[in-house]
Design a protein around this ligand. Sequence first.
Ligand SMILES: [Zn+2]
Length: 316
Amino acid sequence: MSRVNTVLGSIPAEELGIVAVHEHIGYGMPGSELDTRWWKTPEQRYAETVPKLRKFHEYGGGTFVDVTGICNGRDIDYYKSLSAKTGVHIVACTGFVGGDTALPFFARASVDYLTEHFVHEITAGIGDTGSRAGVIKVGVSRGGRMTELDKRIYRAAARAALRTGVPILTHLAIDAENAIAIFHEENLPLDRVLFGHADDGVNAEKTRDTWIAEQGGRVGFDTFGYETELEDPPFWARPRKERLDHFLRFIDGHLDKALASADANCSPLGWPGVKGHTVNYLFEDLIPDLRAAGVDEATITTLFVDNPAAFLTIQA
Ligand SMILES: [Zn+2]
């Protein structure tokens, strides 16, 4: 039976519906929780987050995949209450956004230790929450090349993915040759890996998206909405049309490998976030843009329902 781990339990993959595959309830850099100037009351956090998730649900959104790594403000009990309040399935991750966001306790850990930790969070659960992780997050540290620690985390993730059947999602798809070499050494099929952020304004030029797809990897165009047209665009922003055209070129030939998301923060931690950008960009802008470009409904279903379900389904 094909199933997916959500924070409220495992569900049949057919029940995921429309999936936002790379999102954040709230993302902050490790340590930002110690800066008291950024503290928010529970009421503030709910007030910022619940309306966005309710709207996502009203638009027809089924599942929100939170890929906030272990040291970046991941808060499973909070996600459980949000899911129960809004009816949106939330998938939580184990793993790290990158080696450079792993705190020293984890940064010093061996591949074996990290593997056991990921496996525990996927099979036994995350702490005492009773929730099992549904995806493993890994990533490339700032600097453009995988560090020794990044590689250790990728190897541990590959081993945990093989043991549990849960897939891997990456922050950045640059330096993919090194990532793919590790996955090959560990005998992990590349369709269990979603190489993310292929479309962002800083890395798109350096990302070999079609090459990754030809190797069998899945490719995430998952920073939709971070546009230079925004009032105060972040450094990874990109002109709206340029990103859309890039995506249209990619799905013309690699549709089965393509996934899309907005990488938005419902309630950012330790930073103000990017004004005017939410997960609902998918419904308010991206899907209308795809329709206007002549993309048919079957293709939209492939992108937002079938491809994420195939990716997230636990391999027995
Ligand atoms: Zn992200």
